[in-house]
Ligand binder design. Structure first.
Ligand SMILES: [Zn+2]
Length: 335
């Protein structure tokens, strides 16, 4: 991580603490975001926010949490997309292209394999930020006519021009104004972990999805090897599911299955395709006092000595076991 980026993370973390101090009296309680069970037990705290565990499906989530009106205040007054400004500088660099074009390539690949007959497609990106993902999809998908729309609560201003349609609105307001418009593909990239009420959100998504339409989801995996070994360390890099007030729902392959079933959606694909787990773990610097810290340090020592070939094999194993840092899920509206 470069210095400029680290500074942005630290500033964001300070703002998150300030937001808690100013508004925690107004936070609201929710049922389990994954199975809707009403009871949970307190587990630990992250920056004063309470992490609880559902008594039924054993998932972790932040409760209480800021409701949408407070989230709106957070996004307008406390939040700044840590990547957006940097992205405008990095847009032409290899890393930028690798990340966005890479993702667009895999999304387009899935569209081709799961909707092979499609000649015309409408795609909605929920939480589109500056619209880069849609822009890259437009560049990648050539032989299919596409209508591309992005919505977000807050669309950051950048110098980059984009010719995809971006609308600053919530999903509920968009659904109300959209007059029954349906989409073949709905992108939910790095959004579910931040939803105040997953149930309201998913009901809106389902209403906007065509029959047989696809939902493409990415979200951090709380059961990933970096997070299991050292959860607090990864909180700070915003790759953690529980990163309040932004990240409040901790998904994993098990509760994602419960979640999909609850909304009558078929899982077409569930994977953890990350490539950086060993790299993340090798950068892990912690104490050597507790039994857990000793275990982590021993493990980090072992993987630091692995050859490239051994590392590659180990990463493949991590992917196969569904314990890489992020999940990629494709759900289909089959009902
Ligand atoms: Zn639950």
């Amino acid at each position: 991580m470069n210095k400029e980026r680290s500074k942005t993370y630290i500033a964001l973390n300070e703002k998150s603490l300030l937001f808690y101090k100013n508004y925690n009296n107004e936070f609201s309680y929710v049922n389990c975001p994954f199975c809707s069970n009403k009871t949970s037990k307190d587990c630990y705290e992250i920056d004063n926010y309470k992490v609880v565990q559902c008594n039924s499906c054993l998932s972790y989530f932040i409760n209480p949490r800021p409701a949408p009106d407070l989230v709106d205040i957070y996004f307008k007054e406390y939040y700044q997309d840590p990547f957006c400004e940097l992205r405008s500088n990095e847009r032409e660099t290899y890393d930028f292209k690798k990340r966005y074009i890479g993702q667009a390539n895999s999304i387009c690949g899935y569209i081709k394999s799961f909707l092979p007959e499609a000649k015309k497609l409408s795609i909605l990106d929920i939480g589109c930020s500056c619209g880069y993902t849609l822009q890259c999809i437009k560049e990648v998908i050539k032989d299919v006519e596409c209508e591309l729309i992005g919505i977000d609560l807050h669309i950051p201003k950048t110098d980059n021009t984009t010719d995809v349609r971006l609308i600053e609105t919530s999903i509920e307001n968009y659904l109300q104004a959209s007059d029954g418009q349906k989409f073949d593909v709905i992108l939910v990239i790095g959004v579910l972990e931040a939803m105040f009420d997953c149930c309201v959100f998913m009901k809106c998504v389902k209403k906007m999805l065509t029959k047989n339409g696809l939902i493409y989801i990415t979200t951090p995996n709380i059961n990933s090897i970096p997070m299991i070994l050292n959860p607090n360390k990864f909180y700070s890099i915003r790759a953690h599911s529980l990163n309040p007030p932004y990240g409040v729902n901790a998904f994993n392959p098990t509760n994602m299955t419960i979640f999909a079933r609850k909304y009558g959606l078929k899982i077409e694909k569930l994977s953890t395709p990350g490539k950086l787990d060993l790299e993340i773990l090798r950068k892990c610097k912690i104490g050597d006092n507790t039994a857990n810290e000793k275990l982590i340090n021993n493990f980090v020592n072992i993987i630091s000595k692995c050859s490239d070939k051994e590392s590659e094999l180990l990463q493949k194993l991590i992917n196969k076991l569904l314990i890489s840092s992020h999940m990629e899920v494709i759900l289909r509206n089959s009902g």
